[in-house]
Design a protein around this ligand. Structure first.
Ligand code: IPD
Ligand code: CA
Ligand code: CA
Length: 267
């Protein structure tokens, strides 16, 4: 069983409340597929609604904490030592296409350090939570990163840059190198869930570039508390600022990170 702090209880309650709206709206997406413009506007509205619920619930539970949110951006709080980092809907493209692979992501930062993370898929009802020093849990069951030691046995997740996003050529060279070394490559389309799956030992490793803090803040806590290792693409601890991430158990994430560094050097 997980023992969590009152802050985590507030996070869980906020996520469950926002999830109810997303569940309803996801059910509606199918009905909207007929109109081309309809679904995109509808999804933006669903996204904003979920963020508003999270903002209201977390503000009620912890008055004065600051926020960094995907839609509304930065909201300063009276309490300068705490900040919520939120993605109300990670996996928007999946949501828009009726693919049930998306999540709410909430992280808590204290004095600039990530201390708690929650990633919740409202469709599978999988709630991944972790707090610094307390371990990581999936629906109250302890989770750990996979123990595989070889890339050749590893299933590795990644993110493919969307249309108009950087850097397609660089990603193709990364993918070319990685697929030559690993058992299989996956692309789910939700960075927060990719990291939660690494924490749960479903993926052996994961890498992606050009992410935003709200995509990865909660997942970083999950992976670390599941006994894993997270770095940026240079092997440093600067994921939120650089937007690059490599995650896995210590050995496999290092092997993957070294492989990517080799690709970047050769470019
Ligand atoms: C996106 C997802 C996706 C990743 C993109 C993100 P969004 O977030 O996490 O997996 O590849 O870079 O922007 O837009 O669905 O919240
Ligand atoms: Ca996102
Ligand atoms: Ca989002």
């Amino acid at each position: 069983m997980s023992r969590h702090t009152p802050s985590m209880s507030i996070m869980v309650a906020a996520a469950r409340k926002a999830a109810r709206g997303l569940q309803r709206d996801f059910g509606e997406v199918e009905n909207l597929q007929v109109s081309l413009k309809g679904p995109a506007n509808f999804v933006t509205a669903a996204d904003k609604k979920a963020e508003k619920v999270l903002f209201e619930e977390l503000s009620k539970g912890r008055p004065g904490y600051g926020f960094l949110m995907e839609e509304a951006g930065e909201v300063e709080g009276a309490d300068k030592s705490h900040r919520w980092i939120i993605d109300p809907l990670d996996g928007t493209t999946n949501f828009l296409h009726g693919i049930p692979v998306f999540a709410i992501s909430i992280a808590l930062e204290r004095e600039g350090q990530l201390v708690a993370g929650l990633v919740y898929n409202p469709i599978t009802d999988e709630m991944f939570i972790a707090e610094k020093g307390q371990g990581a849990f999936l629906n109250d069951r302890r989770i750990r990163v996979a123990a595989r030691r070889e890339l050749a046995q590893s299933v590795v997740a990644c993110g493919v840059p969307d249309l108009g996003r950087p850097d397609h050529a660089k990603f193709m060279s990364e993918l070319g190198a990685v697929m030559n070394e690993v058992a299989g490559v996956r692309r789910m389309g939700a960075a927060a869930l990719d990291l939660a799956y690494v924490a749960a030992g479903r993926f052996d490793a994961y890498w992606e570039a050009n992410l935003a803090p709200w995509d990865i803040a909660a997942g970083i806590v999950l992976v670390r508390e599941a006994g894993g290792f997270v770095s940026d693409l240079k092997g440093r601890d600067d994921m939120l600022a650089t937007g690059g991430i490599v995650a896995g158990n210590e050995l496999v994430s290092r092997k993957l990170g070294d492989l990517l560094k080799k690709v970047h050097k050769a470019a």
